[in-house]
Design a protein around this ligand. Structure first.
Ligand SMILES: [Zn+2]
Length: 59
């Protein structure tokens, strides 16, 4: 597991400052409030609003 629980507790959505949820595959962080997915690349979460992908489009 690349992202630790401790790190996940610190991370927040850059848009709404809400909590993020690790995806089941561990390859991204979802914000349920914004319906956005922030990718994790090389174990580094890309917490940039302009880099985020809409969750609804990933269906
Ligand atoms: Zn958010």
């Amino acid at each position: 597991m690349a992202i630790s629980k401790e790190l996940l507790d610190i991370l927040a959505c850059p848009k709404c400052k809400g909590p993020l949820r690790l995806t089941p595959a561990g390859d991204g962080l979802d914000c349920d409030a914004c319906r956005l997915r922030y990718e994790i690349r090389d174990d580094i979460p890309i917490l940039l609003i302009e880099e985020a992908k809409p969750l609804d489009a990933a269906k």
